[in-house]
Design a protein around this ligand. Structure first.
Ligand code: PBG
Length: 342
């Protein structure tokens, strides 16, 4: 009953031919995101056998060190071998100057040592920023007028990176957005003979509303007090800006960054693509807590297919140009990957 005419019979280009069967689609697929390309962020807490679920991040929990090591082992079995560590610092240890950040035996350093000792093939990425240690909830030191001080903060960050390297970190990742911190960290690491420690710079980190669940997990939101900025917009980037990300990237390359990062990921695919075109360095993307939480929440309501949406999102981030992705869904993805492709 349906008829065709010469209008279509002479079509020479039929892109649908490439979609005919699953086997052909597999052959021509342009982006394949293996679990080895994922980094699992972990929240570490003090104590023993502690597993505290994070309400706004279903499936993820704050773990004490030995449980975090167990989690890393399970991840490695699934093909996820890189871990980004964040310490949940006890409120009693937080100060306006973030002193605990420079304690070589702090929670983050102990967790780094434990994971590196237990799992030879692991790659540990440590977070270099003051917010987990600051009683004011900012990534830098704050002066009496409420200004986040750049150069004074960079001095502390450089020392922090050295103690992380001494604890065994493979990669230090400054997430603070101070100017000049990559160069200062490179110099400090080299002077301390840590010439092999990589720097993953949070190059284009936006002042995003998608960090909410992370700040809940770490209890690290800026505090409401006089002379404390209520948000991070004097150092994190304006979500409306793209060219500025290129400025940041060129500076980081000059200062000696080994890898660049864009954060968040899905709302910033254009930035990932731009940096991909700007530099030949590896590019990471951070699929952040809010991006994870919104899929989980919709799935729990039966409104979205979690597996299909999460796989589509992560594949899209890779397609935009990210070489590797930090995601709370790393282990889920690895399991789905196994079911889908093996
Ligand atoms: C702070 C930091 C943040 C995240 C990673 N490091 C939050 C912030 O800038 O306030 C967010 C990550 C996430 O939301 O998953 N140094």
């Amino acid at each position: 009953m349906f008829e065709t005419t010469t209008l279509t019979s002479r079509l020479t280009r039929r892109p649908r031919r490439l979609r005919t069967s699953e086997t052909i689609r597999d052959l021509v697929r342009e982006t394949t995101l293996a679990p080895q390309k994922l980094v699992l962020p972990l929240f570490i807490i003090e104590g023993q056998k502690r597993n505290e679920p994070i309400e706004a991040m279903p499936g993820r929990a704050r773990l004490s060190i030995e449980l975090a090591v167990d989690e890393c082992r399970r991840a490695v079995d699934l093909g996820v071998r890189a871990f980004a560590l964040f310490g949940v610092i006890d409120a009693s240890l937080k100060t306006p100057e973030a002193d605990e950040a420079l304690n070589p035996d702090n929670l983050l350093c102990r967790a780094t040592r434990a994971i590196k000792e237990a799992i030879g093939e692991s790659c540990v990425i440590t977070d270099v920023a003051l917010d987990p240690y600051s009683s004011l909830g900012h990534d830098g030191l704050i002066d009496e007028h409420g200004v986040v001080m750049n150069d004074e903060t960079v001095e502390v960050l450089a020392q922090m990176a050295v103690i992380h390297a001494e604890a065994g970190a493979d990669i230090v990742a400054p997430s603070d957005m101070m100017d000049g911190r990559v160069g200062a960290i490179r110099t400090a690491l080299d002077e301390a003979d840590h010439t092999q420690t990589l720097i993953l710079s949070y190059t284009a980190k936006y002042a995003s509303a998608f960090y909410g669940p992370f700040r809940e997990a770490l209890d690290s939101a800026p505090v409401d007090a006089p002379n404390v900025p209520k948000d991070k917009r004097t150092y994190q980037m304006d979500p409306a800006n793209a060219r500025e990300a290129v400025v940041e990237a060129l500076l980081d390359v000059d200062e000696g960054a080994d890898m660049l990062m864009v954060k968040p990921a899905l709302p910033y695919l254009d930035i990932i693509a731009r940096l991909r075109a700007t530099t030949n360095l590896p590019i990471a993307a951070y699929h952040v807590s809010g991006e994870y939480a919104m899929v989980k929440a919709a799935a729990q309501n039966g409104w979205l297919d979690e597996r299909a949406c999460m796989m589509e999102m992560l594949t899209s981030i890779a397609r935009a140009g990210a070489d590797f992705i930090l995601t709370y869904a790393a282990m889920d993805y690895a399991r789905w990957w196994r079911e889908t492709f093996t």
